[in-house]
Design a protein around this ligand. Structure first.
Ligand SMILES: Nc1ncnc2c1ncn2[C@@H]1O[C@H](COP(=O)(O)OP(=O)(O)OP(=O)(O)O)[C@@H](O)[C@H]1O
Length: 364
């Protein structure tokens, strides 16, 4: 395999996958950069796993092409691709030791590599996943998190150029999941391998990825850095999927450059960046992030009644209600609360946001 540092490590070109009448992936076009951490994010059934399996070689595209390191690999079987995949259920062999599991792939190679080389590679992989000296253990003697790391060690031992991770943390409890997320990210930087993660957990995608590919019904909706997607979602679907937001129905009054003004219920005005396809006179949706809204006692803004309050440590989340706008969320920092004092359920106040804080989006 060849390829310099600027050339993409992998590409999907017009890749479509049909299973009978089902189109699991539709005309996917995507370039994956060398050394990046990319996530496929979307709800169940949107085609994330299918995209990953086409890269791995477990599925052949019905149309289009897959390139790895500049080579068209549509017909190259999975075991001959410079790719490894870690599954949700780690698929370890329970009757083998940790070392036997990790070295399995290496021992299948022909000509067989020398035993000492295999043992050294296994120990290096175990050190990388912070399980040094665990080689002789049986799989059932390992905790869920340790098994997950063995699966990772098995995937990195043959130094793939591309590591594909299919919801590898789904079976772990929340705390362990969080620890593993940090470990995975550190590992990725340390190894310099390109990682592609499939997840339906937006927090996981936001915290770990350099870029996120948002999918829906087998198609790519938007691709960008976590910040791009959070600040500039192209439609409601993306705004809803990435981070929390409040949505208000309305009609677009005017569009000037990339900014739009929308009038919502009760004639409340929303001004901000216009998403794709927003035009004057159209029905639209304003998205305002909870942290963009302030809650105060002084007059001015939208009058609200506090419905519920959730203490989140550094922040407090208020669910408030306005007769026209309905219920929406406000996230108040500790600092803001120090100024205004705590609001209790039943208290009244005013919600304000600055011009530009809203995103005016089409209803897709
Ligand atoms: N082997 C198959 N045969 C028939 N249909 C399939 C097959 N694999 C996937 N599909 C269908 O293709 C669509 C996309 O599936 P895919 O597994 O890629 O989604 P996903 O986004 O990974 O979902 P999940 O998060 O639930 O794993 C679904 O409608 C699924 O039922």
């Amino acid at each position: 395999m060849t390829g310099n540092d600027d050339s993409p490590i992998a590409e999907l070109r017009g890749a479509t996958k049909r299973f009978g009448p089902v189109v699991a992936a539709r005309n996917l076009n995507l370039t994956i950069r060398r050394g990046e951490f990319l996530s496929f994010l979307g709800p169940s059934g949107c085609g994330k796993t299918t995209a990953l399996r086409m890269l791995a070689g477990f599925e052949t595209p019905s149309e289009g092409a897959i390139f790895l390191d500049g080579q068209q690999v549509n017909d190259l079987p999975a075991h001959r691709r410079p790719v490894n995949m870690v599954f949700q259920h780690y698929a370890l062999f329970p009757h083998l030791t940790v070392a036997e599991n990790i070295s399995y792939g290496l021992r299948q190679r022909r000509p067989k590599p020398p035993k000492a080389d295999v043992a050294a590679a296994v120990e290096r992989a175990l050190e990388t996943v912070r399980l040094p000296g665990f080689g002789a253990r049986r799989i059932w003697e390992m905790s869920g998190g340790q098994q997950q790391r063995v699966a990772l060690a098995r995937a990195i031992v043959n130094e793939p150029k591309l590591l594909l991770l299919d919801e590898p943390m789904a079976a772990l409890d929340k705390k362990l999941r969080h620890d593993m997320q940090i470990e995975l990210q550190t590992l990725q930087r340390q190894l310099g391998i390109t990682f592609i993660l499939v997840t339906h957990d937006q927090e996981e995608a936001l915290s770990m990825s350099d870029r996120i590919c948002i999918m829906r019904d087998g198609q790519i909706v938007q691709m960008g850095s976590p910040r791009d997607l959070y600040d500039r979602p192209k439609n409601r679907y993306v705004a809803d999927f990435v981070g929390k937001s409040n949505f208000f129905d309305g009609t677009v009054e005017s569009v000037a450059g990339d900014s739009a003004k929308m009038t919502g219920p009760g004639d409340v005005a929303f001004v901000g960046h216009a998403g794709e396809g927003v035009a004057p006179g159209q029905a639209a949706m304003a998205s305002v992030r909870p942290e963009q809204i302030s809650l105060s006692r002084g007059a001015g803004g939208v009058p609200v009644t506090v419905v519920n309050r959730i203490f989140l440590g550094e922040h407090t989340e208020y669910l408030v209600r306005n007769p026209d706008l309905g219920q929406f969320l406000i996230l108040a920092s500790r600092q803001a609360e120090a100024g205004e004092g705590n609001f209790e359920p039943g208290d009244t106040g005013y919600a304000t946001w600055r011009d530009g804080a809203a995103l005016i989006l089409n209803n897709d």
